[in-house]
Design a protein around this ligand. Structure first.
Ligand SMILES: Nc1nc2c(ncn2[C@@H]2O[C@H](COP(=O)(O)OP(=O)(O)OP(=O)(O)O)[C@@H](O)[C@H]2O)c(=O)[nH]1
Length: 307
C-alpha cells in the first residue's frame, strides 16, 4: 500500500469527523457569508488543528476568495487542502535526509520513541548507512530489551548500560562508540517523562547539553508525539520545546485516530517540521511526511453533492 493509501486509511476517523461538521455547515447553502467563514474556522478547530492554524487558514482563504472572486463555498473548499498543506512548517531535511546526524528522541511515556528509533534504524541500515543506537532509557528495563530486539532486526549495534545508570553517561558511551565505528547515524532513545515533571525535564536538559557539547556530528532533538492524545500533545510540545529547543516532531499512532489534526497544530504553532509519521506498529509503518497527502487524507475532497 502506498503512502497516501496508508495515511488515508489511518486518518479515516479524523476525516469523517471533519466531513460531518462540514456537511452540517454546507446544508445551509454554499454562500460565502460570515456564518460560513466562522463555521469553517470552528470545524478546523474541532479537527484539532488548533486555533492559530485554523485562523491563519481561514484568513488566507478569505483573502483569496475576495481576490479571485470565488463564487461559493465549494470553490473555497477546493483550495482548502492546499492551504492546510502550506500551513505546516517546512524544513528539517538535515535530520533524516541522509547526512551524518545524531538524533535524540524525547517525549512523554509510551508515545512510540523506542519503536520509532527501531523503525528508523532498520530503514537507514537497509539503505546502507552505518547506524548505531543508544539506549538512554535506563529507567525502564523493558525499553532496553525492546531496543535490543529492534537492533537485531536492523542488524545494528546498540550501546546500553544497566537499569538505573545515568542516561548522560550512556549518551557519552554511545558517541564514543560511534566515533570508533565511524557511524554516520546515531539514534538515542531516552526515557519517557511527563513534561510537567520539573526534575525529569532538568535531567533531560542535562542529557541534551552533554550530547550537544560532546558530539562531532550535528545533534538534533526530536519530540515523539502520540496523535491520539490530541490537544495534550500540543501542551507537551510547548514544554519540551521550551526546555530543549526542538528540531522537529515525529507524530505516531496516526492509524485510527480522530485527532490527526494535532500534527498541524504543533507544526504551525511551534514552527517545527513534521519529520516522520507513524501509521502502525510494524517495521514499515514509519513514513516520510508529505504535507499535501496529509492534508488530503485529513479532510478529503468536497463536491456539490456533499462529501
Ligand atoms: N498503532 C500504533 N502503535 C504504535 C505506533 N508507534 C508506536 N506504537 C505502539 O505504542 C506502544 C508504545 O511504544 P514505545 O515505542 O514503547 O513507546 P516509548 O515512547 O518508547 O515508551 P516509554 O519508553 O515508556 O516512554 C507500543 O505498543 C508500540 O507498538 C504507531 O504509529 N501506531
Amino acid at each position: 500500500m502506498g503512502f497516501f493509501d496508508r495515511i488515508s486509511e489511518g486518518l479515516a476517523r479524523s476525516r469523517d469527523k471533519f466531513k460531518e461538521q462540514m456537511n452540517v455547515l454546507l446544508d445551509r447553502g454554499p454562500d460565502l457569508d460570515d456564518e460560513f467563514w466562522d463555521g469553517l474556522e470552528e470545524t478546523l478547530i474541532l479537527s484539532d488543528v488548533g486555533a492559530p492554524a485554523a485562523s491563519s487558514i481561514v484568513e488566507n482563504l478569505r483573502d483569496q476568495a475576495t481576490r479571485k472572486a470565488l463564487p461559493d463555498a465549494y470553490a473555497v473548499l477546493d483550495m482548502l487542502n492546499e492551504q492546510i498543506a502550506s500551513t505546516f512548517t517546512e524544513g528539517g531535511e538535515g535530520v533524516f535526509g541522509g547526512d551524518p546526524a545524531l538524533v535524540l528522541f524525547v517525549g512523554i511515556n509510551g508515545t512510540g520513541k523506542t519503536t520509532t528509533v527501531g523503525k528508523l534504524a532498520k530503514e537507514a541500515s537497509d539503505a546502507g548507512r552505518n547506524v548505531i543506537l543508544g539506549s538512554a532509557d535506563t529507567f525502564r528495563a523493558a525499553a532496553i530489551e525492546q531496543l535490543e530486539v529492534w537492533a537485531r532486526r536492523a542488524d545494528v549495534e546498540v550501546v546500553e548500560r544497566e537499569r538505573g545508570s545515568d542516561p548522560a553517561s550512556v549518551c557519552y558511551a554511545t558517541i564514543e562508540r560511534a566515533e570508533e565505528t565511524g557511524a554516520d547515524l546515531v539514534l538515542i532513545d531516552t526515557a519517557g517523562r511527563l513534561h510537567t515533571s520539573a526534575d525529569l525535564m532538568r535531567e533531560l536538559e542535562k542529557v541534551v547539553n552533554v550530547v550537544r557539547k560532546r558530539s562531532q556530528l550535528p545533534v538534533y532533538t526530536v519530540l515523539v508525539i502520540d496523535a491520539t492524545t490530541g490537544q495534550n500533545g500540543l501542551q507537551q510540545a510547548r514544554e519540551f520545546n521550551n526546555a530543549l529547543s526542538l528540531d522537529g516532531i515525529v507524530v505516531t499512532k496516526l492509524d485510527g485516530t480522530a485527532k490527526g489534526g494535532i500534527a498541524l497544530a504543533v507544526s504551525h504553532e511551534l514552527e517545527l517540521p513534521v519529520l516522520k509519521i507513524g501509521v502502525g506498529e510494524g517495521m514499515d509503518d514509519l513514513k516520510d511526511f508529505d504535507a499535501h497527502d496529509f492534508a488530503r487524507a485529513l479532510i478529503g475532497d468536497f463536491d456539490e453533492r456533499g462529501a
